[in-house]
Design a protein around this ligand. Structure first.
Ligand code: NAP
Length: 324
């Protein structure tokens, strides 16, 4: 209860459009003028909302862009929009249902076969299902897409990320992560008395924060010039928000950020010099944030993250390319 109240107060102050307008007064806009020409970028969940806007922003800056969408028709329309908006013809559709490990494997293998580096991976695709729904692999679907797919795709694409001069992976997490601890022993929410999709989503978003930390630590230890960052877009007007949390949307619709504001930090993380960023941090509005609310009891240990990693590796292993 205390956690929810503190979260709401913080959210109204910081996650709304007003929060963005306040913090953005001190933004250095020069970074946003940089070019991404020659960089290869992949954005998941790219056909609408924040993923589509992020794709537009990266394409406008000249990136070679791979837009990962689960539906071919919606994906094709989105690619056409991005090409028309940006004038950048180097924009490509990758059809992949991220709820399926076999589809993730196929996507990664196809990319790795090109031998190209991957400079940017934005793990943006996400969803909040309120009914327990099995994925094609028989897993709980919020978990399959929000946690496992981000882990498996990042791990599978590692060889390409390691070929880049300064690769960065952005986990589009959420402020919702503040409301849940790092749950490692019940990844599919089987021990919840009644399935709660909002809580499961928040747990996934917490797990993304832990994964950004752990990927960054592992890459630094291996001497790789790749880093992962988690971020919160702020409360942004999208179809996802309208349909998944209609009550919240109704209450806050006048205070929501627009898409450009919501993806500003993701784009900035792709453009900023790596030595000015904190690998493994949780960003909001271009600033690393505390990962926990005061008195929330959500702190976790490195051993907890070890256990998360092992559990995810076990689930993802059979379908990862040999190179990963
Ligand atoms: N908007 C906010 O206020 C807010 C706040 C915090 C965090 N976020 C995070 O921001 C990210 C984008 O959210 P959004 O608000 O832009 O939501 P959205 O409008 O619902 O977009 C989500 C995207 O993810 C895709 N997706 C879902 N399941 C997929 C799957 N199995 N395989 C491939 N793609 C899949 C969707 O594709 P379809 O169109 O085919 O469904 C869609 O393109 C999410 O990770 C969300 O958790 C958003």
């Amino acid at each position: 209860m205390l956690r929810s109240t503190i979260f709401l107060v913080k959210g109204v102050r910081e996650f709304t459009r007003g929060g963005y307008e306040r913090t953005s007064r001190s933004f250095d806009e020069a970074v946003m003028q940089r070019s991404l020409a020659g960089r290869k970028c992949m954005v998941t969940g790219a056909n609408q909302g924040l993923g589509l806007q992020t794709s537009m922003e990266l394409a406008r800056r000249g990136a070679t862009l791979y837009m990962v969408c689960r539906n071919e028709q919606r994906g094709r329309e989105a690619v056409e929009k991005v090409i028309a908006d940006s004038g950048n013809l180097d924009v490509h559709l990758k059809v992949c249902d991220l709820a399926s490990l076999a589809a993730i494997k196929a996507l990664a293998e196809e990319y790795l076969a090109t031998g190209d580096p991957l400079d940017v991976l934005v793990n943006n695709a996400g969803l909040m299902l309120h009914e327990r729904t099995p994925s094609p692999d028989g897993l709980e679907t919020n978990f399959a897409v929000n946690t496992l797919a981000c882990f498996a795709l990042t791990l599978a694409l590692q060889p390409a990320l390691f070929r880049a001069a300064s690769a960065r992976v952005v986990f589009v997490s959420s402020g919702g992560q503040y409301t849940e601890p790092l749950v490692v022993d019940d990844l599919q929410a089987e021990r919840m008395r009644k399935f709660d999709g909002t809580a499961q989503y928040a747990r996934d978003k917490r797990r993304q924060v832990a994964l950004a930390e752990r990927f960054s630590e592992r890459w630094a230890a291996a001497g790789q010039r790749a880093a992962a960052y988690a971020m919160h877009p702020g409360w942004t007007e999208t179809e996802g928000v309208k349909t998944s949390i209609p009550g919240f949307y109704k209450a806050f619709k006048d205070k929501l950020r627009n898409l450009a504001q919501g993806c500003d930090t993701t784009v900035w993380l792709c453009l900023q010099d790596a030595d000015k960023l904190q690998p493994g941090a949780f960003y909001l509005d271009r600033q690393p944030q505390s990962k926990h609310l005061v008195l929330a009891g959500t702190k976790y240990s490195s051993a907890d993250v070890d256990r998360l990693w092992e559990a995810l590796e076990k689930l993802a292993a059979p379908t990862l390319p040999a190179a990963a």
